[in-house]
Design a protein around this ligand. Structure first.
Ligand code: ADP
Length: 166
């Protein structure tokens, strides 16, 4: 009998910070794959609110709040495709919100295909109640005094409160 290779997927992103929209995609991906690695993209040219390590910590804490055990978290500063090769992952997960995400994700998929034909991108559609959530809107609402406790994991909410008090 042929032994099947385990299906490993990477879910790359800025996660600055992780939101319940990301979590919904992650939860659904964890059902489809044997293992999912959330990869915090650490890009020096992009200004971020939280350090890569803090973003990782918040994701690790958020995963503990969920009932899933096939998800790892890592930070990487290079090309996602290179990380995927090292991790023996053949799938990249991305979430799609409305039409606005499509063009960017389409170009990203084409670029990744140019770099490596063996990597398959998998797009999961945002569910209705999460579609409006983005890391940047979470930051704007927080700084504007809006309660975002229902839109982010607890671990993130606590960090946002600390950030606001500064
Ligand atoms: P990046 O800077 O790489 O786009 P993000 O953290 O903004 O990183 O997003 C990572 C992935 O998660 C992207 O594919 C994005 O479209 C998706 N995503 C972000 N927010 C949501 C959401 N509310 N629902 C579904 N997918 C989302």
């Amino acid at each position: 009998m042929e032994i099947k290779e385990s299906k490993i997927a990477i879910y790359p992103g800025s996660f600055d910070p992780i939101t319940n929209g990301h979590i919904d995609i992650l939860r659904r991906a964890s059902v489809l794959f044997d293992k999912v690695i959330v990869l915090v993209a650490h890009n020096n040219s992009k200004k971020s609110h939280f350090s890569p390590q803090k973003r990782k910590e918040m994701i690790v804490a958020a995963i503990k709040e969920l009932d899933i055990n096939n998800v790892d978290v890592d930070v990487y500063g290079g090309l996602t495709i290179d990380y995927a090769k090292k991790a023996h992952a053949k799938y990249l997960i991305r979430g799609l919100r409305a039409v606005s995400d499509f063009e960017y994700e389409f170009k990203l998929a084409a670029t990744n295909y140019y770099i490596d034909h063996d990597i398959e991108m998998i797009f999961l559609m945002a569910h209705n109640n999460f579609e409006f959530i983005s890391s940047s809107s979470i930051m704007e609402m927080t700084l504007g005094g809006v309660d975002v406790s229902k839109l982010v994991p607890n671990s993130v909410y606590h960090e946002l409160l600390k950030l606001k008090q500064k």
